[in-house]
Design a protein around this ligand. Structure first.
Ligand code: ADE
Length: 242
């Protein structure tokens, strides 16, 4: 589409740093709300690239930490969509993977089929499906290996750990990338009628003996770099399919 406008939604500054550098959107951010923390960056279109927006959740005032997980993701997506009017919303960032399903640290997954919640258990007919969400993802005409990525199922929860009940849901859903924002971003995009996609890089393996936090810290910079590479390579395709 000639007037594509792509909005990247990212949680942590350290996840977004490589994207900002690689895509040349490192200049000053603008606040989107007088009392809420999201930081918004944008880059105008060029003859070969689409208009690009980037919203980062910002700093949670109470803790002084990056605002992560679903609630900040909803705020960022809604506020940034209001000002930027994207034709495609992309939830980009990091995730846990599964060696048992062929995942490895540094892999980058482009969301396939739908994104779902793996921890919204509401055992009442109708509400059970509401809880899981399963929001559609945009069809992208790309061979993922051409951009250094793979197709994968992305699922979302509000916890870094993975208790047995969540692991059982993730096994059912075939989760390749377990993260904390995509379904929330997709839910907002779906309500606003904007196509959605997730691009998630693996920092840690959920089924490895080493703890998630240690793996995450060790691999974050490398995986964030890989995500930025994939996003940069995907942009021409995304601007055609949005
Ligand atoms: N982000 C990176 N690794 C994660 C994990 N294991 N679970 C949830 N979010 C993550």
């Amino acid at each position: 589409m000639p007037n594509a406008r792509i909005l990247l939604v990212m949680a942590m500054e350290r996840e977004a740093a490589a994207v900002r550098t690689k895509l040349g959107i490192s200049h000053q951010s603008v606040p989107l709300h007088r009392a809420l923390p999201p930081r918004f960056f944008s880059r105008p279109p060029t003859t070969t690239t689409p208009a690009l927006g980037l919203v980062i959740n910002g700093i949670d005032e109470r803790s002084g930490l990056d605002a992560i997980a679903t609630q900040p993701a909803v705020i960022s997506t809604l506020l940034a969509t209001e000002v930027f009017r994207p034709t495609l919303v992309v939830s980009a960032g990091t995730a846990g993977g599964f060696a048992e399903r062929g995942g490895a640290v540094g892999d980058v997954f482009i969301s396939a089929d739908v994104v779902s919640y793996h921890d919204r258990r509401i055992g009442i007919p109708g509400w059970d499906a509401y809880g899981i969400g399963s929001y559609p993802v945009a069809e992208v005409d790309v061979n993922p290996s051409d951009v250094g990525a793979r197709w994968g199922r992305v699922t979302t929860g509000n916890s870094l750990d993975a208790p047995p009940v969540d692991l059982a849901t993730m096994a059912e859903l075939g989760t390749d990338a377990k993260e904390m924002e995509a379904a929330a971003v997709a839910g907002v995009a779906a309500q606003l009628g904007v196509p959605f996609l997730a691009v998630k890089g693996i920092t840690d393996l959920v089924d490895a003996p080493e703890g998630t936090a240690a793996q995450f810290e060790r691999n974050l910079a490398h995986t964030a770099d890989r995500v930025a590479d994939v996003v940069a390579k995907l942009l021409p395709t995304l601007s055609q399919s949005s």
